[in-house]
Design a binder for this molecule. Structure first.
Ligand SMILES: C[S@@+](CC[C@H](N)C(=O)[O-])C[C@H]1O[C@@H](n2cnc3c(N)ncnc32)[C@H](O)[C@@H]1O
Length: 507
């Protein structure tokens, strides 16, 4: 096994002067050709440009054979297809071709001219990143493009107008670019110089000149500064290998996740939110929740953890070894066995993926921690739901059951209740019911008849106590027996966004 080497081809340059005219020409060409997410993904018949790898090269080539500017840009920039110089000039124009050659975006090679990075249209941006080539060993400083973890974090990001944002481990700069539309000041940091060069290229491609890019490890480039929003999709994979900076920061176990959580807790301004899409280990002999809670002990921050999935150590090793097969020439089975042995040695039994959120309250000393499963799916942006959840958790942490019974709750308009009825001797009885949300954190939960009744009767004008009393009387049980169970159900419903106490969100 040889350690991987750095990328041999520099990131296209975006210096001032001539290069910025080049970027302008390229941007115009992409805009004129309708090189947008929806058009390109419909042309390629993929739900998202991120899924381009699910199609065979033959199919992609067949779908982009028209010879138009759009298909040429798709082939050149998304598929890294080679072109003869004459063909590119004839379709894209000699001015643009000369410019993109001069900046190093297109280079001549044995099979023709190819782009040196891929550029994908995603979330209204053009995002350049390194080209993931099947069967080729990945460079140590490879800059990843938009992956599923990137998009999950993007959907969860609390997008409200704020002062200062930090995108830690910015990679190609995606989160920083998006944040610049709702923040006064955005800083993107990365230890990888190639990543920062890529982020600068993307800032230029998307005409976002005001973002600050800083090279350095974790919080070093921003020490002593406070932020209203910190987002990070850090190099979280738990592995014994440290050769690829996009995936590893040289810390054992889930040290990276712990490091960013502890570090961010000290850099949040009052009212600020930090969000990480990350993995954490389940250590032998410890409840993972207790362990994560210690990471914010002594800080002034609330912690919300939404767990998407847990894999035991064997499945985790197999998944990641398969997913990163381009990183190593070692046979997959041997590599997976080595990873498993390292987990065993460290006492790692399983690993979870999910979002860890920190929130520094504006004006209270008592903090809360909350652990829940993430919904199976998200529908559209869930940032608003994340902010609502902070508000709900804050309320639930302080409200006593008796007070909650006096509350007037309202069912969220995005709730849909599905139920199946069956005839019985008294008429119709509920056989099963589930409540689902149509937006954001789109939870779907099986509920019983009492839960369904609470949702149906929560119109904002009836106190919860009356609703629970009706349920108790229907069941022929005393209120004192039914109320504690009902309140437990209601707390979960408020938490997950089925019920609201009001429509305004004060975080
Ligand atoms: C999983 S990638 C995420 C990239 C991008 N933010 C995204 O969401 O797609 C992790 C990023 O962290 C960077 N990184 C690795 N070690 C780091 C460190 N010690 N300090 C700062 N960034 C680091 C990598 O270079 C890489 O860009």
């Amino acid at each position: 096994m040889h350690p991987p080497s750095p990328h041999p081809v520099p990131v296209p340059s975006v210096g001032p002067g001539a290069a910025s005219t080049t970027i302008e020409l390229l941007r115009e060409a992409m805009a004129d050709a309708d090189f947008t997410h929806d058009v390109v993904s419909s042309r390629l018949d993929v739900p998202s440009i991120v899924a381009i790898g699910t199609k065979s090269l033959e199919e992609l080539m067949a779908r982009t054979a028209s010879g138009t500017r759009l298909d040429t840009l798709i082939r050149l920039l998304c598929m890294n297809a080679p072109y003869t110089a004459g063909t590119l000039d004839a379709i894209l124009g000699t001015g643009l071709c000369a410019a993109i050659r001069a900046m190093g975006l297109v280079r001549d090679g044995p099979s023709g001219e190819r782009s040196t990075v891929c550029i994908n249209p995603v979330r209204g941006l053009w995002i350049a990143s390194d080209i993931p080539r099947a069967g080729e060993t990945r460079a140590s400083d490879f800059v990843m493009g938009i992956g599923s973890s990137t998009l999950t974090l993007e959907s969860l990001t609390a997008r409200r107008s704020v002062g200062r944002v930090l995108d830690l481990g910015t990679g190609c700069g995606f989160h920083a670019l998006l944040a610049s539309s709702h923040a006064e000041r955005v800083i993107g940091t990365d230890i990888n110089e190639r990543a920062i060069a890529m982020a600068r290229l993307n800032a230029a491609l998307n005409a976002k000149p005001d973002i600050e890019w800083r090279i350095g490890s974790f919080f070093e480039p921003v020490s002593g500064q406070l932020f209203d929003l910190i987002v990070s999709n850090p190099p979280f994979v738990i592995s014994p290998e440290q050769d690829h900076v996009y995936r590893s920061a040289g810390m054992s176990g889930d040290g990276v996740t712990e490091h960013v959580v502890r570090g961010a807790a000290g850099l949040l301004a009052r009212g600020g939110v930090a969000q990480f899409l990350c993995n954490w280990a389940h250590m032998r002999g410890f409840d993972w929740r207790d362990r994560l809670a210690t990471w914010v002990e002594g800080s002034e921050c609330d912690m919300l953890v939404l767990r998407s999935e847990t894999l035991d150590a064997r499945d985790y090793a197999e998944y990641w070894v398969g997913h990163t097969r381009e990183e190593s020439s070692e046979p997959l089975a041997a590599r997976a066995a080595r990873w498993r042995a390292s987990y065993e040695e460290q006492g790692i039994e399983a690993a979870s993926i999910g979002m860890i959120l920190l929130h520094r309250p504006i004006d209270r000393d008592q903090t809360w921690t909350s652990f829940d499963d993430a919904p199976r799916k998200m529908l559209g942006g869930a940032g608003h739901d994340v902010l609502r959840r902070i508000d709900a958790e804050t309320w639930l942490a302080s409200v006593r059951n008796e007070e909650l019974l006096d509350a007037h709750l309202r069912v969220a308009s995005a709730v849909r209740l599905d139920h199946t009825l069956r005839p019985d001797e008294r008429g119709w009885a509920m056989e099963q019911a589930s409540a689902r949300l149509l937006r954001g954190l789109a939870y779907e939960t099986t509920i019983d008849e009492a839960g369904a009744r609470i949702l149906m009767r929560s119109d904002g004008s009836t106190a919860l106590r009356s609703i629970v009393a009706e349920i108790a009387s229907g069941l022929g049980r005393p209120l004192s027996e039914v109320a504690p169970v009902a309140v437990g159900i209601v707390r979960a419903m408020i938490r997950r966004g089925y019920l609201d106490r009001s429509s305004d969100h004060k975080v």
